[in-house]
Design a protein around this ligand. Structure first.
Ligand code: DGL
Length: 277
């Protein structure tokens, strides 16, 4: 048993989809969340910049007595997983591999669609992981940069969002995919609409859900799980800008009240990186 926390970071608010899955699956674990709201989005930034930000985010979480870390952001998982696994001596989980493994297990016709940010799709990380599981899979990837702002505006059931989804998903549907990876933190919020547009016969793979299951497996393997039944757990939330806005949107995302969200200024994050170099 281990009463240390699980660190989770994201470029902003989207990583709360991972928080939701982890708290559903592992209600006894205390979470420490960091959202880099000052520098979001990561999805349109270069790999070098995303790696540098991800390292700062992870260094911050590593000051919070954590026993494992999840990179909730798909873009940061695509660019920085290896680096962070090398830097830290606790388990570091990215969302790409669990999502890819789940999709490879589910597909029947071997045709898998992947949607994500520009950065995630350009990295080819999902495709690489899928082909590592089964080299005969056909992977069709589409970047969907308009979806993150639509979700952040709360437009997940608007007609305009359905139209945009139709546009993005049509090349995947034309290729007859039977499985679609939601390769971005925000897309689980659009699950219902995506299901309507893609059709019931397409299996939707939620990388957040698959990553929570991977965390559970690792904690069990390493004997790191928290003691059961501690009802006094209070998760901690930190952001690099606009804590009030984060709190408000996060409460809408999670459907529950959050404790105070603390501001971590960028110069503090940057100084953590300087200390290591
Ligand atoms: N969290 C990012 C991801 O999952 C989406 C938002 C962003 O571009 O930073 O890729």
């Amino acid at each position: 048993m281990n009463d240390k926390s699980i660190g989770i970071f994201d470029s902003g608010i989207g990583g709360l989809t991972v928080v939701r899955e982890v708290t559903n699956l592992l209600p006894d674990e205390k979470l420490v969340y960091f959202g880099d709201t000052a520098r979001v989005p990561y999805g349109s930034k270069s790999p070098r910049v995303v790696r540098e930000f991800a390292l700062q985010d992870a260094l911050f979480l590593s000051t919070k007595n954590i026993k494992a870390m999840i990179i909730a952001c798909n873009t940061a998982s695509a660019e920085a997983l290896e680096l962070l696994q090398k830097e830290f001596d606790i388990p570091v989980i990215g969302v790409i591999k669990p999502g890819a493994s789940a999709a490879a297990n589910v597909t029947k016709n071997g045709k898998i669609g992947v949607i994500g940010t520009y950065g995630t799709i350009a990295s080819g990380a999902y495709k690489t992981e899928l082909l590592a599981v089964n080299s005969s899979l056909e992977v069709i990837s589409v970047a969907c940069p308009l979806l993150v702002p639509l979700v952040e505006e709360g437009w997940e059931s608007k007609e305009v969002t359905r139209e945009i989804l139709r546009e993005y998903l049509s090349p995947l549907i034309d290729k007859n995919i039977d499985t679609l990876i939601l390769g971005c933190t925000h897309y689980p919020i659009l699950k219902q609409l995506i299901r309507e547009v893609a059709g019931d016969e397409v299996a939707l793979i939620d990388s957040a859900e698959a990553s929570a299951a991977e965390l559970e497996r690792i904690l069990n393997d390493k004997g790191l799980g928290a003691a059961k039944g501690d009802s006094s757990i209070e998760h901690e939330y930190y952001v690099s800008d606009f804590p009030f806005k984060f709190k408000e949107t996060a409460e809408r995302f999670l459907g529950e009240k959050l404790p105070e969200v603390e501001l971590i200024p960028l110069d503090l994050l940057e100084s953590l990186l300087k200390k290591t170099t």
